[in-house]
Write a protein that binds this ligand. Structure first.
Ligand code: FE2
Length: 217
């Protein structure tokens, strides 16, 4: 699969840029078809699990719409590897591996999914603008339909977080975890234990990743 960083001396047109963007969102969507079932499996809140499963079906439809867009351009579907989506999926994986507490994990999964949704929407917004400028109205309509669904998913995730899951996660912290307990700092100001850890004072963070542990070994 070609990467975005591959050297290319050809002068690009806006149409080339649109095609490049379609190839990138096609890669993003196919990566998400693989990642969403894993996120659904890890979600503990039934509404969140169903939300991920519903968005998986939509994502499969997004893949089909992009294949139709390539068809309209008389091209076979191709991908350009997005490093960013692989990073965002790795971030979600890190949350799954490191976050303890069921509602806290759900809150973390929502945050990771929101990063993905905003990244997808940014990609679709650019492609949509270019398709309109290039009078590719059928492709623009198809991109708009997907963009609307991504926005709906983002709104649903935010609603779930605000209505229930973040509050439940807060309850988990209050039950057994010292994360919110303020500790005096060396200069007399009161910082939370978490803040002290973030600036390198006190014990190592419980959320330290395996990668960081390895690099320190
Ligand atoms: Fe999507």
């Amino acid at each position: 699969m070609p990467k975005r960083s591959a050297p290319n001396n050809k002068k690009m047109t806006l149409r080339d840029l649109l095609v490049m963007q379609l190839k990138m969102v096609y890669d993003i969507e196919t990566q998400l078809v693989k990642a969403l079932p894993k996120m659904a499996k890890k979600a503990t809140h039934a509404d969140l699990r169903r939300g991920f499963e519903r968005h998986l079906k939509q994502t499969q439809e997004h893949v089909s719409r992009l294949e139709n867009a390539f068809d309209m351009l008389e091209m076979r579907p191709q991908k350009i590897q997005s490093e960013a989506i692989r990073g965002l999926v790795a971030d979600a994986d890190s949350i799954v591996k490191n976050v303890k507490g069921s509602s806290t994990l759900d809150a973390g999964l929502i945050a990771a999914a929101q990063c993905v949704e905003y990244y997808e929407m940014a990609g679709y917004l650019s492609a949509l603008g270019w398709a309109k400028l290039l009078n590719q109205h059928d492709i623009a309509d198809s991109l708009q339909e997907t963009l609307d669904e991504e926005q709906e998913t983002s709104d649903e995730l935010a609603e779930m977080a605000h209505s229930e899951i973040d509050e439940a996660a807060l309850g988990e912290h209050q039950e057994g975890d010292e994360i919110l307990r303020p500790v005096p700092s060396h200069n007399g100001s009161s910082k939370s234990k978490k803040e002290e850890e973030e600036i390198g004072v006190g014990a190592e963070s419980d959320l330290e990743t395996e990668e960081e542990e390895e690099s320190q070994a």
